[in-house]
Design a protein around this ligand. Sequence first.
Ligand code: SF4
Length: 229
Amino acid sequence: MLIHGLQKMTLLDYPGKVACTVFLGGCDFRCPYCHNYELADGTAGPIMDDSEFFKFLGTRQGLLDGVAVTGGEPLLRPDLEAFITKIRELGFLVKLDTNGYHPQALSALLDKGLVDYVAMDIKASPTRYGVVAGIEKPDTDRLSQSVSIIMNSPVSYEFRTTVVKEFHNIEEFHHIGQWIKGAKAYYLQQFVERDTVPDKTLHSPSEEEMALFLEIVREYVPNARLRGI
Ligand code: SF4
């Protein structure tokens, strides 16, 4: 397994846990607001292989609770299951970040009990997904399958939306709320403007807009929260 980034300690990436974060390159989406675009499009080369990573992880037993596996899109990696299995054998919890476009691979990992926490992006309502994820004609059934797999699994999870002024509005959040109605955890994350994202014309919504969107999604997901504000 080639690894494209490693944050050796984080209190933010795995809710309630002290973790490290492993970044795996490659993604099948091209979100114009992506903060890890050099990972998504393959521009960033690997920084280590898994043997070096596991050497590092061995020095963190008793210090870290878990490993957040993110990307890119980790579920594109055929060797992900073996990688995660080894992390768990060393006694660490595993959190998986996913764009939700690979329901079969997700289901296989969850059925085997290999993931302790899943975070799935809900980028937009189904009809607007292609624009926000940067792909043509997305198969939103695959996303709906992932939503259903996660909500029907005993695994801890969250859905999350990075809110971008140009993409999201009140109507969008009514549609998204209906899509994930009854979810246990949903976070709205304010897009942070950076000059490294592919579309530099995009803007962060205001705090007032975020509060309004939260009010709307709480009609469907009462436990929804803002993150990072
Ligand atoms: S799914 Fe995530 S990693 Fe892939 S392009 Fe979108 S934001 Fe970037």
